[in-house]
Structures are given as C-alpha cells and as structure tokens.
Design a protein around this ligand. Sequence first.
Ligand code: G3H
Length: 540
Amino acid sequence: MQLADRVKLTFPKAADIPAEFDIPKPIDQKLYLINGELRYWEGAQEEAYSPIYVGGESGSSPKLIGKFPLLTEKESLEALDAAVKAYDKGRGIWPTMSVSDRIERVQDFAYRMEERRDEIVNLLMWEIGKSYKDSAKEFDRTIQYIGDTIDALKDLDRSSSRFVIEQGIIGQIRRSSLGVALCMGPSNYPLNETFTTFIPAIIMGNTVVFKPPRPGVMLYYPMLEAFRDSFPPGVINTIYGAGREVIPPLMPTGKVDILAFIGSSKVADSLKKQHPKSHRLRCALGLDAKNPGIILPSADLDLTVQECLLGTLSYNGQRCTALKMLFVHTQILDRFLEKFTKAVDGLKCGMPWEPDVKITPVPEGRAKYFLELIADAEKHGAQVINADGAQTSNTFFSPTVVYPVNSQMRLYREEQFGPVVPIVPFNDIETPIQYIADSQYGQQVSIFGQDIDLIAKLIDPLVNQVCRVNINSQCQRGPDSFPFNGRKDSAESTLSVSDALRTFSIRTIVATKEASANKAMVTKIVREHKSNFLSTDFIL
Ligand code: G3H
C-alpha cells in the first residue's frame, strides 16, 4: 500500500481517539486577562483547528479544538495601558518589589501551572500536532526553565548584594527593570519559547503584554487564572486575535520598552520601525535560520545519519534550529544517501499520541508549499530520492529527501521549515563555507567528521559566521543555560537562562561620596531595610 493511503487510514475516526487524549467538546474561551481582571468577551471569536483531521460521517476535517476571543485594537490598547499603569514609570508595586518577593510570585505561578500539566500538554499536542512525547518535553523544559531562572536570579542578586568602594565613591550596582515588554512567541514552540522571554521579563520587574501565537492560543486557557492570581493587576495582560489587527496599534504609541519576538525577520523589522523612538526599544529577537550540516569524507556514517535525522526531521523539521541544508562530500555521498534515505523512510508516521511517532501532521497549507519547493527543485534538475518521499494526504506530508540541490533552486535559499531535506554534493570545502558566508542567516552549523585537523581549521572562520558550531551533533538550542542567539537575519541579543535576565534589565547604581554623613545614611537604610534596591539582603 502507498504511504499516502496508509496515512489516510491513520487519520482517526472520532471513536478511535484514545480517551486520555481526546477533547470531546471544543473549549469555548470567552475570557481574556487585562489589569488583573478576567474580562468576558461578547464579540467575535476565532475557531482554533488542529492540523489533525478526524473522520466523521461525511468525510474527515480538521478537529475543532475550541474558540477564543478575536479582540480588536481597542482591547489591545487597553492591555498596553494596563501594563503601563502597573509599571507606573517604575513606581509600580511590581518594579519596586523586592527580588525575593518577585521570585515567590513566579514560583507560585509555576506550581499552579504544573497542576494543569495534563490539559496544557494535550492542548499543545492538538494545536500544533507535536508528538505527545515532545509536547510533554516542551512543558517540562519550561517548568525547568522557570526553576533555573529563579536560581540564576538568586545568584545574580547575591553577587550584587554588596557595596563597591572606588575612588572615594560608595556604590551598589544591581539590575533594574526597563518597563513594558511586548512578548510574542512562535507557534512551533508556543509554550517554551514564549516563556523564555516572558519569565525573565517579569521576574526582572517589567510588566508584560503578551500575545500567544496562532496556533498555540488555546493551551494558555488553563493558565489564565494562575496569571491573574499570582501577580499584581496589570503585570500580565493577554491579547488574542489577528496579529495584523492587535499588534500594529501598540508600537506607534512608544509605550513598549522591550520587544521580545520569535518569528520572521520581516515582521520584526516592521514592528521595530513603528516605534517612534527606536533607541528606547530593547529587542530580544529569535528570527529566521537555515542551518547547514557539513558532512566530511571522514564522517562516522552511523552517527552522522542519526544526528542528521534528528537535526532535519525532529518535529517534522519545524524547528528554527533544524538542519535545513546538508552539504555532503562526494567521497561519502553514495553511502550517506543510501543509509540516510533508508532511515528517513523508516521514520514512523502517524498521529501525535502514537508511541514512537516521528512524523505528524503539519499546519494547513504547508503541504502545498513543500510541493511547490520540490517542483521548483525538479525543474532545476533535482529529484526526490527516497521511496516514500513527497506523499501527502490532507495535512500530512511524508519526509522527503531532495538531491542534488543547487543555487538556482528555492530550496537552496528559503527556510523550508518542514520535512523536506535538501542535499548539496560538494568536492571543495569552500562550497559550504562560501554558502554560509553569503547566507542571510547566521544561527548555527553542524560539522560531521573525524579529521581533527580539518575540523579545527573550519572552526575558526565559522565562529565568526554563526553563533554555535556543533561537532558531530545536530544543531539545537539546549541546554537552556547555553547562549542562544544568531547573526545577520537570525537573531538580535542573546537568550539563555542567565543572559535573558540581563537582556530584560539594565545595570543601575546607587552611589554616594564616601563622607561620614552619607555612610551613616546608607547604613541606616540598609540596616532598617528601608529600600528594596539598596540592600545587602542575601537570598538563600
Ligand atoms: O524553534 C526553535 C527552537 O528554539 C529550537 O529549540 O533546538 O531545543 O528544538 P530546540
């Protein structure tokens, strides 16, 4: 049976969905959070569909997960004003609160979020078609990220809880907040990547307007009460709806101090340009990427195939860090292609809740785009070289290896963000090096080989082209304590557990000349705990 037919059969009938994963009734979300109130929305709602088709009497259609408020410009500006009011030009409860109290609130939120783990993981799986295993991993990684952020902040705070005396000036240097953050995560990691901006933003004392990605909205529904109850009013405000409707009004107000956005460089550029005083805007941006893998003649074949499989096709290739181009040396090409295509065809395709599933449905409309890329590559001389490649049924697209890819093809440049693996043969190492140098992207690269001298020689120029050089390992963001960033169109600023705390804050000093009256005053403030900033308290 053709793979496409097998997959057609895999799309379930309603009765086939295992009870523990089912959403028997669509969620009717009418609430949104502004200024500490869960407001009831009477207006239009948008339907959230899963990429998973479910069969019924009259054929199959995408499963309806629920409906959420389609807010307008008015509510979006109200959310921003609530965040501005809560920040109150740095005088609000939240930005002036002690670090240990803020930590306590964030910790409280994490406990409440954990109580809703099952619902959130299930919604994540349905909304974006990520396997249950990877959805659970995304949730757990996020909880871990919150815990690690708290630990990193404690460390940072401890090292700032002492005075410095230099050239007759006594100073205490700490990090303080910046203002209002607009946080928008991507739909491939709607939970984790949103939280990796949002948690450091709030824990450093900023207030937040936050728009969940679409898809990726419904999974926030179980967290709304925790957002409301764990933080003072206005610290977190949620906006839902069409990005083109609710986001454009925000930037021209000049009231957004931090733009934390994971998405395309085109959208990031247009948002930045809308700010009337761009020098006031701090940006944390995770943008486009097309990370190449370079496979040298000396590569260990089994290990390389395994890492390339993970790198190109984990979560259907829908990771910003995915290997989106493989350069394979002609000396190893035949052996690599044979093993790799076999491994690709062996990946289990199916529904996200199935054990060991690797390839799952992709968002509506993407299969058409992948077919266009493949047709364009074929027009310029490439072929689909794996037996089960380029087969599609509804939102399912089988993993596809395209070879030989060249510079005339769209696949050579475009970030395909899906299960299509372009392979470029090379003889001269200058070919991939030049590709990276000329590329508009600059996130990561993977080199596969055992030739120590050659790899060492490649490292030195590559570290000036990308921000992570992986050796015999796929490209990836984690561990989250490592810096995650990029050059050129791939990112702005660095995110990691500790770097993010710096990104969302600014070093600030309280200083005084070393005169006895000043010393007495500082001593009294500290001893009597009169200030949260000027303090030698040590958080344990
Ligand atoms: O989509 C981009 C993610 O940050 C990738 O994270 O490398 O851990 O999958 P990951």
